[in-house]
Design a binder for this molecule. Structure first.
Ligand code: GRG
Length: 295
């Protein structure tokens, strides 16, 4: 698809959400299978919806690089399902009393509220394990390593640790940027890279897409912070105003609301500048969607 062709991004996102739901249903054991309560909890959190932005980014990057499903078999589908499971595991653990202690997620009770803390911890762990099994099934060790690094101590987990340690403390713009890049940006950047790696993108394209992913990843978390101030609980499906209540370090808290919005807009523009405007333009539309999202 070329830049001049119109893309109904909402239609694209909805169609891909349906595909992702189907894949998740296929790869998570049925709720009737023992241990039932664990499988129920995993399905409860994963099938509650969500924007599915990480697997959609992987697919859009795969398509941008002209990856063909037939050549790679189901590799991109395994990766998409795995990415959403990793993301959901992080949400389940992030909501626990020892972390953010949240009661509401994706418009319903959080996993630990519904099933208890022990089951929620294990449901998150089990999603993580299935995800890595699926990544291995892509046949690409590069993809497995890519994800492990993105969510490890120098990525998502490291960012979460720094986030916990920054609570109630004054921090600089450099520090909050680093926390957001690791906690949220790292998995988003990695989702884009995984799509490109599976499509066997050349080095230059992989580098451009990595920059695209880095920029939208940071913008995504800045907007998440802004929505916690200005957003609607109904649209977001989670409580708003909780960052302030918990004295969490946030981007608008450090730089102010208006500069935060301006920085997010600039990051989206920067992200788009890394894309080849003669190629498939879905990644452009996804970046713009992230920039103006309300949920
Ligand atoms: C191992 C105890 C333990 C914790 C894991 C929780 C964690 C470490 C890291 C994750 C931090 C985190 C939850 C980052 C993501 C922040 C974020 C923007 C979440 C919301 O993502 P959306 O908007 O949600 O994509 P939906 O519901 O649409 O999928």
């Amino acid at each position: 698809m070329k830049q001049t062709e119109a893309v109904d991004i909402q239609e694209y996102l909805s169609e891909k959400c349906r595909l992702i739901d189907k894949l998740l249903d296929e790869f998570i054991p049925p709720a009737t299978q023992a241990p039932q309560s664990l499988h129920q909890a995993m399905r409860y959190s994963v099938m509650a919806g969500g924007k599915r932005i990480r697997p959609i980014l992987a697919l859009a990057a795969f398509e941008y690089c002209n990856g063909e499903q037939t050549r790679t078999g189901r590799a991109i589908e395994y990766a998409m399902a795995g990415l959403e499971m990793i993301h959901t595991y992080s949400l389940i653990h992030d909501d626990l009393p020892c972390m953010d202690d949240d009661d509401l997620r994706r418009g319903q009770q959080t996993c630990h509220k519904k099933f208890g803390e022990a089951t929620a911890v294990l449901a998150g762990d089990a999603l993580h394990d299935i995800a890595f099994g699926l990544m291995a099934k892509t046949g690409s060790t590069e993809v497995v390593t890519e994800l492990a690094q993105a969510i490890g101590t120098f990525g998502m987990i490291g960012g979460q640790m720094a986030d916990v340690e920054a609570e109630g403390r004054d921090i600089s713009k450099v520090e909050i940027t680093e926390i957001h890049n690791c906690k949220t940006g790292s998995l988003i950047r990695s989702s884009v890279r995984i799509g490109a790696i599976l499509a066997k993108a050349d080095y230059k394209t992989l580098m451009s897409l990595s920059k695209y992913g880095e920029k939208i990843g940071l913008a995504f978390q800045i907007i998440d912070d802004i929505l916690d101030i200005e957003g609607s609980q109904e649209l977001l499906g989670k409580k708003v105003g909780s960052d302030c209540l918990k004295k969490k370090a946030t981007y608008p808290g450090v730089v102010g609301l208006k500069p935060a919005r301006q920085d997010a807009d600039r990051l989206i523009d920067d992200a788009v500048s890394y894309l080849n405007s003669f190629g498939d333009n879905r990644l452009i539309h996804i970046a713009l969607y992230i920039g103006r999202r309300e949920k």
